[in-house]
Design a protein around this ligand. Structure first.
Ligand code: KIV
Length: 265
């Protein structure tokens, strides 16, 4: 089965068809995501928080991201797999950024995503020049959490909104094939979406984007350490897991499990 290509992904915008993106970090959930009919998977560095249990994404390494990219990419049958470039893998130089981005393609991803505006325009330009598709990410950029002082909505004031719009335009001009808009006012996301010919994928950016992305464990209700306003839990798997484990413990302790049905004669 053929994978969704970047031109096909981009055509959604022209056709007015919304794009649904979700994160995944392993083979099991990649299979479930594809069974549900989703076709775009982001191997997000959010795995630092939801898989590794850290309070931010800054300690996620290239090795971590490549490992999870391989798990997802080896399993995906038709999805477009995009991998997040972790902190420090693209900041130091254009050369390092291109080399690291290329490693994601070697690991099976079809594209990379990196955070930032004007400071990464030369990276995006170099990567696309060498055939590495790049998704930009502006607005709230979690790898800059220490500078922004927390996970806050960005672009509320006019000056800041204009800056984000400008960054979006420059990333498109540099060759980005799509752009994540995170935690920006809906009106700004709408303006950016109208101004660009590449698709915008929103997270906490309202309805005006060309598509949406959510962290898988947030939408499944598995991760509740920190639930931002933009998250809608479509399931409550943590509650289900807690109930299942509690019952299992009770049944082992009272001798109800295993019963004959789970035993061999
Ligand atoms: O790391 C991630 O999962 C992301 C999405 C939330 C956009 O960057």
């Amino acid at each position: 089965m053929a994978h969704l290509t970047i031109p096909e992904f981009q055509q959604h915008k022209q056709q007015g068809k919304k794009l649904t993106v979700v994160t995944a970090y392993d083979a099991l959930f990649t299979r479930i995501v594809e069974q549900a009919g989703l076709e775009v998977i982001l191997v997000g560095d959010s795995l630092g928080m939801v898989v590794q249990g850290k309070t931010n994404t800054l300690s996620v390494t290239m090795e971590d991201m490549l490992y999870h990219t391989r798990l997802v990419a080896q399993t995906a049958q038709r999805s477009l797999v995009i991998s997040d470039m972790p902190f420090l893998s693209y900041q130091v130089s254009v050369q390092e950024a291109v080399r690291n981005a290329g490693q994601f393609l070697q690991a099976g991803a079809a594209a990379v995503k990196l955070e930032g505006g004007l400071s990464v325009v030369d990276r995006v330009e170099a990567m696309t020049r060498f055939g590495i598709p790049v998704m930009g990410h502006v607005g709230m950029t979690p790898q800059s959490v220490n500078q922004s002082g927390g996970y806050r909505v960005q672009g509320k004031g006019q000056k800041e909104a204009e800056k984000i719009l400008q960054e979006a335009k420059e990333l498109e001009a540099a060759g980005a094939f799509a752009l994540v808009l995170e935690c920006v006012p809906s009106s700004l996301a709408h303006t950016i979406t109208q101004a660009l010919s590449i698709p915008t994928i929103g997270i906490g950016a309202g309805q005006g984007c060309d598509g949406q992305v959510l962290v898988l464990y947030d939408l499944l209700g598995l991760f509740d350490d920190f639930v931002p306003k933009f998250v809608k839990p479509y399931a409550h798997l943590k509650a289900d897991a807690l109930q299942a484990l509690t019952r299992y413990k009770e049944e082992v302790e009272c001798g109800k499990f295993p019963s004959d049905a789970e035993s061999y004669n």
